[in-house]
Design a protein around this ligand. Structure first.
Ligand code: DX5
Ligand code: ZN
Length: 216
């Protein structure tokens, strides 16, 4: 099944709960939560209190994308506050294997994100342990950027590696996913589509339905 995971970074923060509910009622399955520390990426977004506040409002999967240096420092807190999937950047971890084990030890699903310029080879020895790989399709840090076309090739190559190894690891893309790009990503083998501005910009219900219609 193909999954749409709207990124709340582009939601209206003055009515965050309502926007999330609208996206889920329209059929989106997950909630993508972008945590930025102002170090790994230029911007600071929000952190644990926001996740904690949203958690009681829905049973939907919380897909927490940590754009944070040395994320191992925060895994237990995000697990406690309601994350279901915790995604860390390979580029932000000195001891990537240790952080993956930490996420598993908290009973959460581990995922690793790679920036556009990062090769798939960083995943060679850890792929079998991952629930999901996030192939970034923009340089992380801001919503509303354009999809980087060469990332499609990376998704195709990753899909082939997952198939060869007989794994069921999900492939997620994040950045510039809209009605203009989502089919290209779908055809390359993506399972989970993150979309921010194309969901929360304008009519949320209509946007979710359009995107879901293109992937299901
Ligand atoms: C980018 C974030 C994304 C972002 C996507 O750094 O990780 O999740 O919100 O936004 P759009 O879909 O507008 O590119
Ligand atoms: Zn994200």
């Amino acid at each position: 099944m193909k999954i749409l995971s709207p990124s709340i970074l582009s939601a209206d923060f003055t009515r965050l709960g309502e926007d999330v509910k609208k996206s889920l009622d329209a059929g989106a399955q997950w909630v993508h939560i972008d945590v930025m520390d102002g170090m790994f990426v230029p911007q600071i977004s929000f952190g644990n209190p926001v996740i904690k506040a949203l958690r009681p409002t829905t049973d939907a999967v919380f897909d927490v994308h940590l754009m944070v240096e040395d994320p191992g420092r925060y895994i237990e807190n995000f697990a406690k506050d309601g994350a279901d999937i915790i995604t860390v950047h390979a580029e932000a971890c000195t001891h990537l294997d240790r952080v993956i084990q930490q996420i598993k030890a908290c009973g959460k699903k581990p995922a690793v994100a790679i920036n556009p310029a990062t090769p798939l080879s960083v995943l060679d020895y850890v792929l079998d342990d991952l629930y999901m790989v996030l192939v970034m399709t923009v340089n992380p840090g801001f919503g509303g950027q354009s999809y980087i076309p060469y990332c499609t090739k990376k998704v195709r190559q990753l899909k082939e590696i997952i198939r060869e190894r007989g794994l069921s690891t999900l492939i997620q893309v994040d950045g510039g996913i809209s009605s203009k790009t989502i089919e290209e990503a779908r055809d390359a083998g993506v399972d989970v589509f993150v979309s921010g501005s194309a969901v929360f910009g304008g009519d949320i219900e209509a946007n979710v339905k359009t995107l879901l219609g293109m992937i299901s």
